[in-house]
Write a protein that binds this ligand. Structure first.
Ligand SMILES: C[S@@+](CC[C@H](N)C(=O)[O-])C[C@H]1O[C@@H](n2cnc3c(N)ncnc32)[C@H](O)[C@@H]1O
Length: 371
């Protein structure tokens, strides 16, 4: 039974991560202004956050940590997940986050947003994807980028990236109840745009026996995911390089499909295509869960933070994303029972593929349908 001491330990670690993220951002911003001040005309002009807004963000952060803890207490997943931090990577790659900065600042100042080293293969990838998202050196297309990604996301969200990812776990578990008669090892779950595998690792913590699958366009990020996930005892998730818009899987194959922090990096039509594909591959009665940034309609009080985000980071599709009607996209694809939730800086859309969407089963001449 999780106890007060465990909760205190979790809160303390999270507080430490939060302070670390804040200090890192403050120091790097100061350094940027001294070492590589941007020419006045190119400098992004983020609106300063008011004290009220900062307090609002802090409150939301405390709430998500409390929800994370509550889900442990309810037995949704084990407390060990709360302490699963990639410390090895932190000590190994944190210096590289700093070493990467001068080159990154140069690109930012010169507005070079689609720059890749000569050895990086970009052919065959969708053009919207060939970007230095977050000003990341080589975008998503190098092992160095994959090594730094999780640290950078942790710093950006002051240590709450995994608590945000874990908010998909309770609805995922609830959705799988529709398949209560299926043995645990035969439950199949796909994570679209699995990146370095942190969502799959969290799902594995909750469902030790399920067959997990991950798909992502980046071979480098999949290699990193493979390193992370092969440390976990039990079955190894199947990781496939592919486009979420054309999933390389049979229809009605998965009991659930998830996707975390992908949609804000897609142009509108690609968002719809991924949703359509998720609908195709999930079984009737199965669940599709999206986790991504908050949007204007659900969090208008954080509109300044949402306006600043693409100003500071290179996120070319974010602005459109913040006003996109994802519920409509989901229902257009055929999903029903679409529920929305908001936790900290993320929103969640939980959608069901209706049972009636089950295709006509093949039948024998006797007229008896087989399933
Ligand atoms: C912001 S990262 C999120 C990664 C991971 N889901 C997480 O929680 O950290 C976006 C990921 O989406 C992948 N991606 C972007 N467009 C994609 C597409 N059309 N198909 C598959 N993966 C895509 C990128 O390679 C990257 O790994």
């Amino acid at each position: 039974m999780p106890d007060t001491l465990t909760k205190l330990a979790y809160q303390t670690v999270q507080q430490g991560k939060s302070y670390f993220g804040l200090v890192h951002k403050a120091v790097s911003t100061q350094l940027l202004n001294i070492v590589a001040p941007a020419p006045a005309e190119t400098k992004p002009k983020p609106t300063p956050l008011s004290l009220e807004l900062i307090q609002n963000i802090q409150r939301r952060m405390n709430e998500i940590l409390e929800t994370d803890w509550q889900d442990v207490e309810k037995g949704v997943y084990p407390a060990s997940l709360l302490f699963d931090n990639p410390w090895d990577d932190f000590f190994r790659y944190y210096p590289a986050v700093w070493f990467d900065m001068p080159e990154m600042w140069q690109r930012v100042n010169q507005k070079r947003y689609q720059e890749f080293d000569p050895g990086v293969e970009t052919q065959g990838l969708p053009s919207y994807y060939v970007q230095n998202f977050h000003h990341q050196t080589n975008g998503y297309l190098s092992d160095e980028s994959a090594n730094l990604y999780d640290l950078q996301v942790e710093i950006l969200f002051n240590g709450t990236a995994d608590p945000m990812r874990r908010r998909i776990l309770a609805p995922l578990k609830a959705g799988l109840k529709a398949f209560g008669d299926v043995p645990a090892s035969q439950i199949k779950i796909l994570d679209v745009a699995c990146g370095t595998g942190r969502t799959l690792k969290n799902i594995r913590g909750m469902l030790p026996k399920a067959s997990l699958y991950g798909v992502d366009l980046s071979a480098a990020y999949l290699r990193k995911a493979n390193q992370l996930l092969s440390q976990v005892p039990g079955t190894l998730p199947q990781l496939v390089q592919g486009n979420g818009e054309e999933l390389p899987f049979l229809e009605n194959y998965f009991h659930a499909v998830t996707s975390v922090f992908l949609f804000h990096e897609l142009p509108p039509q690609a968002r719809q295509n991924v949703i359509d594909e998720a609908f195709r591959v999930v079984k009737p009665g199965g669940t599709f869960i999206i986790c991504d940034s908050i949007q204007m309609a659900d969090s208008p009080e954080l509109s300044i933070a949402m306006e600043n985000f693409p100003e500071i980071f290179h996120e070319p599709y974010y602005r459109h994303y913040t006003t996109d009607d994802l519920t409509k996209r989901l229902t257009d694809a055929g999903f029903t029972e679409v529920f929305e939730q908001v936790h900290f800086m993320s929103k969640y859309l939980i959608a069901k593929k209706p049972i009636e969407a089950r295709p006509e089963a093949p039948s024998f001449a006797t007229g008896i349908a087989i399933d």
